[in-house]
Write a protein that binds this ligand. Structure first.
Ligand code: BEZ
Ligand code: FE
Length: 289
């Protein structure tokens, strides 16, 4: 079947899969669904050729923006809610372990390794609210896990991440901590403030095309990892933050919202934030204990 018309074009393309080269079952599954959905979309909106060319030129411009500091396609995927959906497919909610959410583009490898309770603050801002973050990282049986690595990073009180702000010291508000023998972690940082994701160039074009805004609610990022457990990439959100109900990248989950409370004098910070995590053991890890 090679002669096409509007009625058979989708089947013709799908039937061509694997005809001139081996493809795996997964490749066939992905391509079949992609072709069905793309053809469905084109028919749905009766896409015109001028619009197709505009889309190609848009993708060309997006591609030219990509470099080691800016991954434009991840950003576009975030604005469309695709990264958060992929994360949901990769790390399904099981009701027992902590929920994940998007990594975002601002993680830096090898942050400063700091002792439990130390501060990530290297520069002070007039509007900052300092906070003591602490909690337990446990397994599914409720047992604290010792020696868990926890990378944390957040924006500064001016709404900018350190690596995008020439006026902040390197690795400001970033750190790597470890849980103690009871699975307890603690560090000092600031209350994160809402900030806009990059809204220049093609990301901004997409936001405007969608009639959406660029803002994210205040959040602290985490990567929590330990051998024999699934790494947890997540964020915790300030219950009182603006944009909580309307995050530009759709990454807020109910279970990740926490409350900043006034700190007691012994903590030496303005606020206190307590949050516990539960890690999912890799298959067989708990049994081997
Ligand atoms: C962030 O949380 O840092 C982020 C996530 C997705 C897109 C842009 C920023
Ligand atoms: Fe962020």
């Amino acid at each position: 079947m090679g002669i096409v018309n509007e009625g058979n074009i989708t089947d013709v393309v799908i039937e061509s899969l694997g005809k001139y080269g081996d493809i795996s079952d997964r490749q066939r599954e992905i391509m079949t669904s992609l072709i069905k959905h793309m053809h469905g979309f084109v028919k749905d909106v009766k896409l015109q050729h001028s619009e197709f060319l505009e889309a190609c030129s848009y993708l060309e411009r997006a591609g030219k923006l990509c470099n080691e500091n800016r991954q434009e396609f991840i950003l576009l995927g975030d604005i469309l809610g695709v990264e958060v959906l992929v994360d949901m497919m990769t790390n399904p909610v099981d009701g027992k372990t902590s929920e994940s959410t998007v990594l975002g583009p601002f993680y830096r490898e090898n942050p400063p390794v700091l002792p439990k309770g130390a501060s990530t603050i290297q520069k002070h801002f007039d509007n900052e609210e300092t906070a003591y973050y602490e909690g337990y990282i446990r397994d599914e049986n409720g047992k604290g896990i010792a020696g868990v690595t926890m990378d944390v990073w957040e924006d500064a009180p001016n709404g900018v991440y350190e690596n995008l702000d020439p006026d902040q010291p390197e690795y400001n508000l970033r750190g790597r901590f470890e849980t103690d023998e009871n699975g307890h972690y603690a560090f000092v940082a600031v209350r994160p403030v809402p900030y806009p994701i990059p809204e220049d160039e093609t990301a901004g074009e997409l936001l405007r095309y969608m009639g959406h805004h660029p803002n994210r609610p205040g959040h602290m990022h985490f990567i929590i990892s330990k051998d024999a457990y699934r790494p947890l990439i997540s964020q915790i959100f300030d219950a009182e933050s603006e944009w909580l109900e309307n995050d530009s990248v759709f990454a807020v989950k109910d279970s990740l919202i926490g409350t900043f409370k006034p700190a007691s004098a012994d903590l030496g910070t303005d606020l206190h934030f307590e949050f516990d995590f539960v890690l999912q053991a890799e298959a067989g890890a708990l049994a081997a204990e």
